[in-house]
Write a protein that binds this ligand. Sequence first.
Ligand code: HEM
Length: 187
Amino acid sequence: MGDHLWWNLSRSTAIVALVLLVLSLVWGVLLSTRALREVDRPAWLLSLHTWLSGTAIVMTVIHASALMLDQWVAFSPVDLLVPGVATWRGATRTAEIGTAIGVVSAYVLLTIQATSLLRHRMSRRAWSLVHRLSFPLVFAVLIHAGWTGTDTSNRAYQATAVVLAMMTVVATVIRLIIPSRTRRTGV
Ligand code: HEM
């Protein structure tokens, strides 16, 4: 474990971040569509939605930072900040592209979160346009996990990824079918 501490920390926080991000997307869709309005409460949905995305960001920061401390990949700050720069011994082209997608996704995630925290100072339309990036964002993060992850041959990892991808597809289809109701509920 000692030699692989940072590597294991990076991989485990990555999986937790992915799970939280998909749950945040699902909660966002439940909030905007009020598909479960018989049993839910908008304030509760919003507060959990915000917590899920905020914790996903904390996990993403740990996931990326641990890569700088791992001796095998030994990422530099430039590797983490500039998409397409990072490479390491034994990296395939697919893994490098997957990593670049991960870097771009992190910027998009931070932009969605930052604009949401400031949403009362923005027009509803501008905020909503940025917020809709969360759908392609989650699909991009799933591709990042599939192309870059070293556990992709592990059955448990594959099963988790398939369940998360299905949840994302179902939530996206539900949102395409049901229009947003939040204007009426005042969230
Ligand atoms: C401080 C952080 C956040 C706040 C306060 C927030 C707030 C909201 C609110 C109020 C809605 C309902 C919008 C509507 O119906 O028009 C919503 C929907 C949504 N949110 Fe967030 N959000 C945050 C972060 C995120 C992040 C990081 C993601 C990325 C996964 C995300 C994904 C979604 C999705 C997918 C929807 C449904 C959008 C739609 O149906 O058009 N949110 N969010």
